[in-house]
Design a binder for this molecule. Structure first.
Ligand SMILES: *Cc1c(COP(=O)(O)O)cnc(C)c1O
Length: 396
């Protein structure tokens, strides 16, 4: 299906595109056997040279691991990250390492619409660490600008598209606003994936992903990623936090993640095309009051999304059910193909009544169902949801 945003272009100076490089894990082979898949390195420790050095570059597995490094190289390539990428044991471990690198007294501006568990962590933990937090609607650049405190704001944290309303924040504008105030811009790009958006190329300083989501994509690994535009002191501090707090991803998880990254472009293209198709069909559904998806021309975030996303608008959408909260819960209860589960980005399509997960204080409307489009037949996905919406309406 043709999509109304820009097609991808080959990687800047590289001879081959990101898709080609990822498909072959950057062309890495095992030097001993010439196997096309590199071995899984599970060792926790490495032999010292007789002259007391470590000529391999490896000493102990908590700061570093060869299998982790291989997946990090692919992620850095995908994001265009000059300073490289770091893998963590979860998306939350990656995100909290960024806040851990700030100093007491620093001011942070973060989005109102963001991953709920991280917002809760920020509310509970940031004040204990002496951080001063302001939450604003970052999809409006003027609101973001007004929240900045020059010389005190050190970090702007945005999530785009933002969970679970899929509001879009203009990364170019946010970077300009953050930098004008002397702050860094970090982007949680989980819902965009490096296939659709590359925040570092748009001016962001750091990009974060929950690798648990589409990067791994098979609902069998919990992982987190950070990638940086510059190897500065802040990035060194984040590296020190990962090593010191023991937050590195395990080698087996890194191996599975690497295997998944080889098909990332295929999965992202298929899942985004399915999400767009579903969004269009659900927009015309009698029991759906609103579809939230930046790929729809009528979506408030569409113009910015069309500029900063390519090859599709992502695999996540939400619907607001005309029958309200009861109608939404009754619809989720009646699907047969979609799986009622939290998380997103996997090959199996998931449906979730998000307000039930987020609880009190959440900005999520009670009539909202969050949908993660997988790789099943999109006609099956639509028919299943359509039948559930109609059946739920009939009992209401
Ligand atoms: C899942 C998720 C996270 C947290 O990642 P974990 O791997 O579950 O720790 C952060 N941000 C977004 C947008 C997510 O979807």
């Amino acid at each position: 299906m043709s999509q109304p945003n820009a097609p991808s272009e080959p990687a800047g100076s590289a001879e081959f595109s990101r898709r080609s490089l990822a498909a072959q894990a950057m062309g890495g082979i095992d030097p001993h056997t010439r196997a096309v898949v590199r071995p899984l390195h599970v060792a926790t420790t490495f032999v010292r040279d007789p002259d007391n050095g470590y000529s391999s570059g490896y000493c102990y597995a908590r700061p570093d691991n060869a299998t982790v490094r291989e997946a990090e190289a692919v992620l850095a390539m995908l994001e265009g990250a000059e300073a490289g990428a770091l893998l963590f044991g979860s998306g939350m471990a990656a995100a909290t390492a960024v806040f851990g690198a700030l100093e007491p007294g620093d001011h942070v501006v973060a989005g109102t619409v963001m991953y709920w568990a991280l917002k809760r962590w920020l509310r509970e933990e940031a004040p204990r660490r002496g951080l001063d937090l302001t939450f604003v609607d970052t999809d409006d650049p003027e609101t973001l600008r007004a929240a900045m405190r020059p010389d005190r704001t050190k970090l702007v944290w945005i999530e785009t598209p933002g969970n679970p309303l899929w509001t879009v924040t203009d990364i170019v504008a946010a970077a300009e606003i953050a930098h004008a105030a002397g702050a860094r811009l970090a982007v949680d790009s989980t819902a965009a994936s490096p296939v659709h958006t590359r925040p570092l190329e748009l001016g962001a300083d750091l990009v974060m992903h929950s690798g648990t989501k589409i990067l791994n994509g098979h609902s069998d690994v919990v992982a987190g990623v950070l990638a940086a535009a510059r190897a500065d002191g802040f990035w060194e501090r984040i590296k020190g936090i990962r090593s010191g707090s023991g937050g590195i991803l395990g080698p087996f998880e890194a191996f599975l993640l690497m295997r998944s990254l080889r098909t990332l472009h295929l999965r992202a293209a298929a899942q985004s095309a399915a999400a767009l198709d579903l969004a269009r069909r659900l927009s015309a559904h009698p029991h759906v009051s609103r579809v939230l998806y930046p790929g729809l021309p009528e979506d408030p975030g569409h113009a910015v999304a069309a500029r900063q996303m390519r090859d599709g608008f992502g695999f996540m959408l939400s619907i607001r059910v005309a029958g309200g909260e009861a109608g939404a819960i009754a619809t989720a209860a009646r699907v047969r193909l979609w799986k009622r589960a939290t998380s997103l980005g996997g090959v199996e399509s998931l449906i979730e009544h998000r307000a039930s997960v987020e609880g009190p204080g959440s900005p999520c409307p009670p009539d909202l169902l969050r949908l993660s489009a997988g790789v099943e037949d999109v006609d099956d996905l639509f028919r299943d949801l359509d039948a559930a919406l109609r059946a739920a309406h009939d009992v209401a």
